[in-house]
Design a protein around this ligand. Structure first.
Ligand code: DGL
Length: 280
């Protein structure tokens, strides 16, 4: 029996934070990572463009890489694409929403900070989450317009603009939040920098582990084996970018023990792998 496979989709490298959580929880599961970075950031795109591009790219990827679960590892896309995506495939789809519910379970002082993209902060589903799960909490929202771009650049080897980031986080200090929700899959990649800038925050919450649990549940429900996997086995079958391959991404993944068998840019027009870091 072959190991089950999961397709993880994002507008950029942020979904890799979810890939890592899935790899920790399910080390034998094979992964394919697809990023629509030609259209990054999704927060700046009309909803119709996001829906169209997600569905078309995921459908194209499935033809080459049949998988058992699809994870839309992007808050901005998940808010708009899930119904359409579920209508074009029978494969179970997992989306991601800001972890407001777990944050409300953790906060002692009932003051929660939400760090997200401007698009996620303004979408009505966020208010619904707050009304449903955190109605007794005060929610301080920062919809940062540049943070996803800074993180893409940081993954490619540039420094984070820490002074600007520090200024941007000031509302959380003023509001005295004890819990911060990372409402964008890019943000867990820099959680250490965020913790250093906000040392008084007690709880940092993201959705990665919950997505990994949901993925495990769906794979089990589909009758797929979830063995422990061989130590050091290569699990990343392919990493594909619709735009250019970000500099240093193979090194970045290698550090996590997730070196890809195939790394492609300009996908799907150019199906040529620009680098093969190891054989499958
Ligand atoms: N990782 C995406 C998210 O979780 C990035 C947002 C964007 O492309 O605008 O929302």
């Amino acid at each position: 029996m072959t190991a089950p496979g999961v397709l993880i989709f994002d507008s950029g490298v942020g979904g890799l934070s979810v890939s890592r959580c899935i790899h920790h929880a399910l080390p034998s599961v094979r992964q394919v990572y697809l990023a629509d970075n030609a259209c990054f950031p999704y927060g700046d795109q009309p909803e119709s463009v996001v829906v169209e591009r997600c569905c078309t790219l995921i459908e194209t990827a499935l033809a080459d890489y049949p998988v058992d679960v699809i994870v839309v590892a992007c808050n901005t896309a998940s808010t708009v694409v899930l119904p359409q995506l579920r209508s074009i495939t029978d494969i179970p789809v997992v989306g991601v929403v800001p972890a407001v519910k777990p944050a409300a379970g953790l906060s002692q002082n009932r003051r929660i900070g939400l760090l997200a993209t401007p698009a996620t902060v303004r979408r009505p589903y966020l208010q619904q989450l707050v009304d449903d799960f955190a109605s007794d909490c005060t929610l301080s929202r920062i919809g940062h317009p540049k943070l996803v771009r800074w993180i893409e650049d940081w993954v490619a080897g540039q420094s984070l603009p820490l002074a600007e980031l520090d200024d941007a986080l000031e509302p959380f200090r003023v509001d005295g939040v004890d819990t911060v929700v990372l409402g964008c899959t890019h943000y867990p990649l820099i959680v250490d920098a965020l913790k250093a800038l906000l040392p008084d925050v007690r709880y940092w919450v993201d959705s990665g582990e919950a997505i990994a649990r949901r993925t495990a549940f769906l794979l089990q429900q589909g009758g797929h084996p979830l063995g422990l996997g061989e130590p050091g086995a290569q699990v990343m079958d392919a990493v594909m970018f619709s735009g250019a391959v970000p500099a240093g991404i193979d090194v970045f993944l290698q550090k996590w023990g997730m070196a890809p068998s195939r790394l492609s840019g300009g996908w799907p027009s150019s199906q040529t792998a620009v680098t093969a870091t190891a054989s499958a």
